[in-house]
Structures are given as C-alpha cells and as structure tokens.
Design a protein. Structure first.
Length: 608
C-alpha cells in the first residue's frame, strides 16, 4: 500500500501548487514530510488499537453467548426435573384416588353381602314359619320339629361365623389401607424435599444471572467510555478523518450489535425471571397443598381410629350375644328334653292312669326339678299348692302338663324373637357403620373441594400482589436508568464542548505557525542568496546593494516576493478551504454520531 504522505506530496506537485516551480526549501519540505509521516503513523496505530479493541469485544461477546447457552441448558434441565416431580405428584394423587375408589368398592361389596344375608334370613324365617304352619296342620311330632329347628339354628350359627370372618377380613383390609396411606405420606415427603432442593438451585442460578447482568452492564458502560475516547481521538487526528470516520462507523455498528445482544440477553433474563417466579409460586402452592393434605390425612387417621374402637365394641357385643345364644340353645335343648319327657308322661298317663297314681311321687319330683330350672314354670307350679284327691289328680296333672307345654312353646318363641332382634341389631349396627363411613368420605371430599377453592383464591391474590411488586420495581429501575442516561448525556455534551474548544485553539496555533514559517522561509532564502554570492564583482556589489535595498523595502511593503507570496497564499487559501470542508464534514459526522448514541441510549432505556 502506497504511503499517504507520498501521495499527498505528489498531488501537490502534480497540481503545481508548490511555490518556486514545485520546489520548496529543504527545511520546510522535510518538516512537512515528517508531519505527514507522523500523521500516517498515528492513523495506523489508531487503526490497530481499534481492531484490537473490536477483537477483544468480539471474544467477550462470544464467551458471554456461550455462558448464556450453558445457563439456558441448565435451566431447561431444571425445568425437566420439575416437570418429572410434577408428574410424580400427579401419580401419587392418582394412587390415592385409586385407594379411595377401592375402599368404596369394598364398602359397596359389603353392602351387597349384607343385603344378601338379610334376604337369606328373611327367606329362612318365612320358610320356618311355613314349616311351622304345615307341621301344625299335619300334626308332626315334636322330635321332627326339634331336628328342623336345630338344623336351622346350625345354619344361623354358620352364617354368624361367616359374618365374623367377613369382619376380620374388613379389619385386615383397613390395616392395609392405613399402611398404604403411610407409604403415600412417605413418598409425598420425599417429593417435597426434592422441591426444596430444586428451589435452592433456582435461587443460586438467579444470583449468578444477576451477577452476570451486572457484569454486562459494566461492560456496556466501559464500551460507551471507549466510544467517547474514540471520539476524542478522532477529533485530535484531523488529517485522517476519512479513515477514522470509517472506523467510527464500524465501532457504531459494533455498539449497535452489542446493544442488540444486550437486548436479547435482557429479554432472556426477563423470561428467566418470569419462569423463576412461576416455579417459586408452584413450589409454594405444592407446599401449601402438602400441608393441607397432611392435616386431612391426620383427620382421616383419627376417624379411622374411632371406627376401629367402634369395631372392637361391636365385636365385644357380638361375643356377648353369641354367649347368650349358646346359653339359650342349652336352655332350649333342656326344655326340649323336658317337653319330650312330659309328653311321654302324658301318653303314659292316658294309657295307664293307675300307674300314674302309683308313680305320683316320681312326677312330683320331676316337677320340682323343672321348677328349680325355669323361673316361670316354678311360679306356675308354686301357685298350684294344696292337696287333691286321687280322682282329681289325673285331670289336673294332664292340664298342668299341657300348660307347661304351651309355656315352653312360648319360651321358644320368645327366644326366637330375641335371636331375631339380635340379628336385626347386628344388621342395624352394620348399616350405621357403613353410613358413618359414607358420611366420613363425603366430608373428606367436601373438605378437598373447599381446600381447592381456597387454594385458587390464594393463588389469585398472590398473583395480584406479585404483579404490583413487579410494577413498582419496574418503575424504579426505569427511573434509575433514565437518570443515569441523562447524566451520561450531560457528560458527553461537556466532552464534546471541550473538544470543540481544543480544536479551535489548535486552529489558531496552526495559523500562527504558518505565518512564522512564511517569514522564516523568506529570510532563509535571502541569506542563501547572499552566501552564494561570496565573491562579488562591482556589478554584483551593485546588485547586492540593490537587493539589500529591495529586501529593506520588502520588509516595509513586502513587494519583492509578490509572485511567490501570491502562489503560496493561494495554496494556503486552498488548504484553509479544505480544512473548513473537513471541519464541516467532521462536525456533521460528530452530530450524526451524537444523534445515533442518543437514539441507542433511548432504546436501551426503553428496553430496560
């Protein structure tokens, strides 16, 4: 690449703008060439510095983009983990619903079994009544009736045993359900611990993001400072305005790209903040729901304990009833034996009344034993005191035996009624127990619905509060950013005013230096001419005197070097015009840069 100084010098020679036929004095030529060379060196060094700065900024941006991608990946992984935990919570809720549904199906099966037993009991009772009627009609013997009754009692006992086994199975199933509920509680606690760990990780990530955002803001301020420094350097280097304007355009484009990247990072940070808030809200909601579920489970466990106590009371009552039934069965068997004996005695009395008279003492002893066993019979027999004759004894004994038979039958019926009442009491207890379980389930469902409604209301309230807080924080940040931008704009304006003042001072100094250089050039030229004419003739002496007179006159009106002065003034005027054009273009570019920086700062404020 050809040097800028040589090209500038050749342009001046080609356009014949140099004085004395394109040849300057040696001292002035060297100074101008050195000045142009120094300007080229400064321009090249500044270009290298700007390139290095752009490379550093690009490297920093690449590293920051990589870090942002890594952080995004970690956030995606954390979001996936949270979604898996959410699915696990849903699965636990489904398992709990399945357990409740299984419990309800078991209750419905027990209801069906109880209704079946009730129908079977009614059917057997009707069958028994029908058989009793048939036996009364056909006149069957008491022994056959007793056998049938004993068979029916055995069937009833078998049914009671089956009901006991079913109750035991129910207790075992209840224990299994309690163990399942405990396992569900353990799983729920593990999930809550995982949620806490994820929340801590999210908080640490948030701190990292905040620190990185602060670093990016610091880098932005440093970049803006470098831009202002670049502007000052561009103001100082007047000769290389075109190259510096190009480099400045590059830096402006880089700043725009940096601002665009910062906008993208700010938008990513905002999305991350919103996601974090949503995750925190979800975790809080899950924690509240877990606490409410724990309270509900505790209430259900208390109710289950109460129901277990009721079951134990019912089992104790069943045992007592069974013992009473066994005692009644023994009484029935004894009464049946007595009835059979009395029937035989009545038949014997009917067949042999004389033997009755002989065995009167034996029958009276048997009656005494019957009085001792049965309180009712004893009262009936005690009332029949007195002495009777042998003729009156036969019809009285047959009548008393018939009365005793009717009483025994009545006692049998009373015992059957008590058995029926006990069975109905058992059924009623089962119905009450099932009704209580249904009521408890309904209450639990109602409590769950109430909890859900309260939970939704709380969520809405918290969302409104968070929105208000975010709005306040956003307004505060916007005000702070606006104040900072205004302060930076003021500082930039002050710097621009200082630079303009320095530029005007440099212009004045350059004008003074040019005037001094003009005077020195003329003086040195005259001295050189005098030195070259060191051996003058008479004519030369006259010429020297004339020239000295001309020089003296030139010091007054400066008319000797009019031609060279005119050419040099034209050159200086053209240079002044070029400088003015360059200054105008520089001011225009500076205004454009200032407008662009204000626009970028305004966009940054609006985005933040």
């Amino acid at each position: 690449m050809e040097n800028h100084a040589t090209t500038l010098w050749k342009d001046l020679q080609r356009e014949n703008k140099l004085p004395l036929g394109g040849v300057l004095m040696s001292s002035c030529e060297q100074e101008l060439q050195e000045l142009v060379r120094q300007i080229d060196i400064m321009v090249k060094s500044r270009e290298n510095q700007l390139r290095q700065q752009t490379r550093r900024v690009q490297k920093q941006l690449e590293s920051k983009t990589k870090e942002c991608l890594q952080q995004k990946q970690t956030l995606d992984e954390n979001f996936k983990k949270i979604m898996t935990l959410h699915s696990q919570l849903d699965n636990t809720a489904k398992e709990r619903q399945d357990v409740v549904h299984m419990y309800e199906t078991q209750l419905s099966d027990l209801k069906a079994e109880a209704s079946r037993l009730r129908n079977e009991h009614e059917r057997l009772h009707k069958k028994y009544q029908r058989k009793m009627r048939d036996m009364d009609k056909q006149g069957r013997t008491a022994s056959e009736l007793d056998l049938e009754r004993s068979n029916e009692i055995k069937q009833l006992t078998n049914q009671l045993k089956e009901s006991e086994e079913q109750n035991q199975n129910l207790e075992l199933k209840n224990k299994e359900l309690v163990s399942q509920m405990e396992n569900l509680d353990i799983k729920y606690r593990g999930l809550s611990d995982k949620y806490q760990i994820q929340q801590q990780l999210l908080e640490s990530k948030e701190q990292k993001f905040n620190s990185e955002r602060d670093m990016l803001e610091d880098q932005l301020t440093s970049v803006m400072a470098t831009v202002s420094a670049k502007d000052t350097c561009i103001d100082k280097m007047q000769a290389a305005m075109e190259l510096l304007s190009k480099s400045q355009k590059r830096t402006i484009e880089e700043n725009k790209r940096l601002l665009h990247d910062q906008k993208v990072t700010n938008s990513n940070l905002q999305t991350l903040d919103t996601e974090k808030r949503e995750l925190i809200q979800k975790v809080d909601d899950y924690e509240k729901q877990r606490q409410e579920d724990d309270q509900e489970i505790q209430n259900l466990q208390d109710q289950i304990l109460k129901k277990d106590e009721e079951l134990t009371d019912l089992s104790n009552t069943e045992k007592l009833l069974k013992e009473a039934i066994c005692a009644m069965k023994l009484d029935l068997e004894a009464k049946n034996k007595q009835i059979s004996q009395l029937e035989q005695q009545t038949e014997n009395l009917k067949s042999n009344p004389s033997e009755e008279l002989q065995n009167k003492q034996l029958t009276s002893g048997q009656l005494d034993s019957l009085r001792s066993e049965n309180h009712l019979l004893r009262q009936a027999l005690i009332q029949q005191k007195g002495t009777v004759t042998n003729e009156q004894m036969e019809p009285r004994d047959s009548y008393t035996l018939a009365v005793e038979l009717s009483k025994v039958k009545n006692e049998k019926l009373a015992l059957q009624k008590t058995v029926n009442e006990l069975s109905t009491q058992l059924k009623n207890c089962e119905i009450d127990f099932r009704q209580k379980i249904q009521d408890v389930m309904k209450k639990a469902q109602q409590a769950v619905e109430d909890i859900k409604s309260k939970h939704a209301w709380k969520i809405q309230k918290t969302m409104e509060e968070t929105e208000k807080k975010l709005q306040l924080q956003w307004d505060e940040r916007q005000q702070l950013a606006q104040q900072q931008a205004e302060e930076e704009i003021k500082s930039l304006k002050q710097q621009i005013a200082n630079l303009e003042q320095e530029l005007s001072e440099e212009k004045e100094n350059s004008k003074k230096a040019e005037e001094e250089a003009d005077v020195l050039s003329r003086f040195t030229k005259e001295v050189d001419d005098i030195v070259q004419q060191s051996t003058p003739t008479s004519k030369q002496v006259a010429r020297i005197q004339a020239s000295s007179q001309i020089v003296n006159d030139a010091r007054a009106d400066d008319s000797v070097f009019s031609i060279e002065k005119v050419k040099f003034q034209e050159y200086l005027s053209e240079e002044d015009n070029r400088r003015k054009e360059w200054e105008d273009s520089f001011e225009k570019n500076l205004q454009q840069i200032w407008q662009k920086t204000e626009a970028t700062l305004q966009q940054f404020i609006e985005n933040t």
